[in-house]
Design a protein around this ligand. Structure first.
Ligand SMILES: Nc1ncnc2c1ncn2[C@@H]1O[C@H](COP(=O)(O)OP(=O)(O)O)[C@@H](O)[C@H]1O
Ligand SMILES: Cc1ncsc1CCOP(=O)(O)O
Ligand SMILES: [Mg+2]
Length: 300
């Protein structure tokens, strides 16, 4: 099947009638192919729980990984890193100074970066760090619905009273309840991140991606992705790999589609969480650019 002639799948969710434009699919295919051809570096400042899966997923998608927690290290390496990834899953006291320093340096250099606001809404230190990013906003935010709603409230864009308290790193909100927050965040980031474009990706059973204008829904994946730790974190790391070669909307759509397809393949080739994680990495490696671009992508 050519990527120019994608039919809306028969099992498209009710109400979703518009397939993504062929141009979007071409951009996704190009991004996946460019990553495989150019092996771009996407540096990460990420949590201790899933750091190894993040690096392995970035390599499996075709990128290059480098992890660091030192601002001078990260700021120096940003010169050769196509995009960076910051994930606030596990925090140490010094991060309260280190992370705003890094975000400010990225902003000064107009360096693209992805934020995963893991557990947004929990703890004064995490809130201080995430609030500081409003001054130096990321290019892409990728999180689950509760994290997106919490970040929107923290930045004073949405209604703080309606933000729920996340269950640790897990979402307590449906993706649909984060649509307005995702749109507000994407518009704010595009206006203030110095790059002029932004995207927000909300993960869940049906993922949502927006650039602040259009809203895309990407069904698929596997419920087993919630039975390993780091599916979301590694998706963020792979999003940074794609951001090294593509615009924010394309990068967010490409990584989300890649993960949905990889999750489905991994579920078919595994017998439980252990083999699922291995099969997920294998699928990230083996999926072709065309297979990723042919994914079900519906525009609201
Ligand atoms: N119920 C589900 N069915 C299918 N895929 C899912 C489901 N829940 C999450 N995913 C997928 O798992 C990956 C991580 O998403 P999620 O679990 O929401 O992130 P996080 O781990 O940050 O909470 C995404 O690729 C998402 O599409
Ligand atoms: C379990 C855990 N605790 C702090 S960070 C983390 C990993 C979260 O990973 P993900 O958000 O990808 O499920
Ligand atoms: Mg997460």
């Amino acid at each position: 099947m050519s990527i120019e002639h994608i039919e809306v799948p028969a099992n498209a969710p009710a109400g979703d009638t518009r397939d993504a434009a062929p141009d979007i699919r071409r951009r996704i295919a190009r991004a996946v192919g460019d990553v495989r051809g150019r092996t771009p570096l996407a540096q990460s400042f990420t949590n201790f729980v899933t750091i190894n899966l993040v690096a392995n997923a970035q390599l499996a998608a075709g990128g290059t990984a480098a992890m660091s927690f030192l601002p001078d290290d990260i700021i120096d390496t940003a010169a050769i890193s196509g995009a960076d990834y910051i994930n606030v899953g596990t925090l140490l006291p010094f991060y309260k100074d280190a992370l705003p320093q890094v975000a400010r340096a990225f902003h000064t250099a107009s360096h693209p970066w992805v934020l995963d606001p893991v557990a947004a809404g929990i703890g004064a230190t995490r809130t201080a760090i995430l609030t500081s990013f409003k001054r130096w906003p990321p290019t892409i935010v990728r999180g689950n619905a509760s994290e997106i709603i919490a970040l929107d409230a923290m930045w004073g864009l949405g209604d703080a009273d309606t933000a729920s308290r996340p269950a640790g790193v897990e979402s307590v909100d449906a993706v649909d309840s984060a649509v307005a927050a995702a749109l507000r965040l994407a518009r704010f980031m595009a206006a203030h991140n110095g790059i002029g474009k932004a995207a927000v990706a909300v993960s869940g059973a049906v993922d949502l991606v927006t650039d602040g204008e259009d809203v895309y829904r990407l069904p698929g994946g596997s419920a087993m992705m919630t039975k390993i730790t780091g599916a979301g974190c590694s998706l963020g790391g792979v999003t940074a790999v794609y951001l090294a070669v593509a615009d924010p909307l394309t990068a967010a759509l490409a990584s989300t589609a890649l993960y949905n397809r990889a999750g489905e393949i991994a579920e078919r080739h595994s017998a439980g969480p252990g083999s699922f994680q291995t099969a997920l990495l294998d699928a990230l490696w083996n999926l072709t650019a065309e297979q990723v671009a042919e994914s079900e992508i519906l525009r609201d």
